[in-house]
Design a protein around this ligand. Structure first.
Ligand code: DQA
Length: 148
């Protein structure tokens, strides 16, 4: 079982970006923790980060036929990335949306997610642990009732 973990714009800067909001861990550290948890859950995780919406879409289009689910933190594309939304929707895969911070208790413009309507679940405000929760949730769900 393959799960795609996709990180959007600026998430390559974790560990340098405002640590009081996004935490101390770098993206490679988070990806390593995800891969460790994936091993324990006996699933395969493929991680990808890009600062470009088109590259994220290319990745989804290339990978979705061989994957069973998607975990995505779309970064600021969360709030306006309609092409990304279409690509996620076209993939027909179950999607879990993750945010390190609580987007509902920050600036007003962050409180709207264009991705949320097609996401099975939103996990917000748990920092890097949110990714692990997302992986456990998605793997558990896929194992219980395969969606494809
Ligand atoms: C974020 C929240 C977004 O509003 C922001 O643009 C990000 C990160 C989060 O993980 O909390 O880049 O998705």
């Amino acid at each position: 079982m393959k799960i795609l973990v996709i990180h959007g714009p600026n998430l390559n800067m974790l560990g340098k970006r405002d640590k009081s909001i996004y935490g101390e861990k770098t993206l490679p550290e988070i990806d390593a923790l995800l891969k460790k948890e994936a091993q324990a859950l006996d699933v395969e995780v493929v991680t990808y980060q890009s600062n470009h919406e088109g590259s994220l879409i290319d990745f989804i289009q290339e990978q979705s036929d061989s994957a069973q689910g998607i975990i995505i933190n779309p970064g600021a594309l969360t709030h306006y990335g309609l092409s990304l939304l279409d690509a996620l929707s076209d993939s027909k895969l179950p999607v879990i949306e993750v945010h390190l911070s609580d987007i509902y208790h920050r600036e007003e413009w962050r409180a709207r997610s264009v991705i949320a309507p097609i996401a099975e679940k939103q996990i917000i405000g748990l920092g890097w642990r949110g990714y692990i929760t997302a992986l456990q949730t998605l793997a558990g769900k896929l194992k219980a009732e395969p969606l494809r």
